[in-house]
Design a protein around this ligand. Structure first.
Ligand code: TRP
Length: 456
């Protein structure tokens, strides 16, 4: 699989499901979701998130996979080929390319932290009471040299896997990973639930404060998080769909991916909040991106053999992050291969280099360099800025345009032909049409406009 003309295909349907799940399951579930729940005020965020997943993201995932499989092209090519001649729809594909690079630029920083924590937990470097664990995190993330080295390690590993080709690289890694991760998460959830004070956390996580539902920012954050967690809105699923064989049922695959991804995110919450609230003085709102890196080491310290257990956990999380970074890099790379005729090698080297340059301010913005850590005028650090731009705005806008494109330009009937190709069953066709044509554009459009009105 090295040119756009000889596209590889997945070895089997489970190969596709595993790879797409590998893309979906990552830091978004275990780092992003609890962090967002903490900032969005608990169970109300969870409620809105689940609604977004069901009514907006699941139908868009079906649309993206169908679009990719039908066109057999990377996103920009898919939009260009299926739109009327001379229209500007290719821009959606181009937006996806920029978004992939943008997300990867901050994602690789967090993935670097995860890798470092394998070592820190294994060697008990991070231990002691909550305060010393917090200090450790702050000292570590503000070390510029170490952070740059870790970010380059993540990007280098991702680039190396991509050069190995789609099937060999991605398919293999995910098979073992997912069951192991789920087992570890279940054990941790059980342990967390038995800690003193766990009920407060469970309450926070499961009993929604309905007043929060009046806050547009909760809707915007939940929508962005749902897109981010399911790898939607930037063409990753279009690209993966383009390698999918005609005989596989898209609807059934989507159901699997959505269920697995959502369960893993929910499970992460069942660990972080009971464990967090068992620590005195815990405030989920102010924890920010350090939430899991400060709560989990505390939790491991309550388990016999906790440092090995913790190291295994961070190892699995690093691998899950890697199967996600692969899909983030794959979109801009396959774009350059398909539309510029570059060799896969050249595309990987150039795109990775550009992403690294953009990753520098995120990597140095956690205390190492003052300018990036506390941005002039807007405040906050560079990593938060990147996460907000790409997750909360770029992905939903990409999803909005995709739903308009599939619902009205390429047209739902052609999409349905693709969904039911070779006799595949898609029993929810009319519901899907209604969601893609009406619910997705109206809901995403209103959330984005309302957020813009509140913010500016
Ligand atoms: N979904 C991944 C996660 O939850 C991140 C990711 C991988 C992603 N590929 C993507 C997000 C494409 C948006 C678009 O960790």
């Amino acid at each position: 699989m090295d040119t756009g003309h000889s596209r590889g295909t997945w070895g089997s349907r489970s190969g596709f499901i595993l790879a797409a799940t590998g893309s979906a399951v990552g830091l978004g579930n275990i780092w992003g979701f609890p962090t967002q729940v903490g900032q969005g005020g608990g169970a109300a965020f969870v409620l809105v998130y689940l609604i977004c997943v069901l009514l907006i993201c699941a139908p868009i995932m079906v649309a993206e996979i169908a679009l990719g499989r039908h066109s057999r092209l990377s996103p920009a090519g898919a939009f260009r080929n299926l739109a009327p001649a001379d229209s500007s729809w290719w821009i959606v594909g181009a937006l996806g390319v920029a978004t992939g690079a943008g997300i990867l630029s901050f994602y690789s920083v967090i993935a670097g932290w995860t890798i470092a924590y394998i070592w820190f937990t294994a060697t008990s470097a991070v231990s002691g009471n909550a305060e010393s664990i917090n200090h450790f995190f702050e000292a570590f993330t503000s070390n510029g040299v170490v952070n740059l080295a870790l970010t380059s390690l993540v990007l280098g590993a991702t680039a190396t896997i991509l050069l190995g080709g789609v099937r060999a690289g991605i398919e293999r890694a995910t098979k073992m990973l997912m069951p192991a991760l789920i087992v570890l998460l279940l054990i941790l959830a059980v342990r967390a639930a038995t800690l003193p004070g766990a009920e407060v956390g469970l309450d926070y996580y499961m009993r929604p404060d309905l007043a929060r539902l009046l806050d547009v920012s909760v809707f915007n954050a939940a929508l962005g998080q749902a897109f981010f967690s399911l790898s939607l809105g930037m063409g990753a699923m279009i690209t993966y769909g383009s390698y999918l064989g005609r005989r596989e049922a898209i609807g059934a695959s989507t159901v699997w991916i959505v269920i697995l991804d959502t369960l893993i995110a929910l499970l992460a919450g069942f660990i972080i909040f009971p464990a967090g609230f068992s620590i005195s003085g815990f405030d989920p709102t102010s924890s920010g991106p350090g939430l899991i890196f400060t709560v989990l080491p505390r939790l491991f310290s309550t388990i016999p053999g906790g440092n090995l257990f913790g190291a295994a956990f961070f190892l699995l999380l690093s691998m899950a992050a890697l199967t996600s970074t692969i899909s983030l890099l794959e979109v801009p790379v396959s774009h350059c291969v398909d539309t510029r005729g570059w060799s896969r090698w050249k595309a990987v080297v150039i795109v990775t280099g550009c992403v690294f340059l953009l990753a520098i301010p995120s990597s140095l913005g956690n205390g190492a360099v003052g300018l990036f850590s506390d941005l002039p005028i807007i405040g906050g650090n560079f990593l938060d800025l990147m996460a907000t731009i790409w997750n909360n705005f770029s992905l939903p806008i990409g999803g909005l345009l995709t739903s308009i494109f599939v619902g009205r330009v390429w047209h739902v009937n052609r999409a349905l032909d693709e969904l039911c190709a070779e006799g595949a069953s898609f029993p929810v066709a009319s519901l899907w049409i209604f969601l893609v044509k009406w619910v997705c554009p109206v809901a995403i459009g209103s959330i984005i406009i309302a957020t813009a009105l509140v913010t500016f």
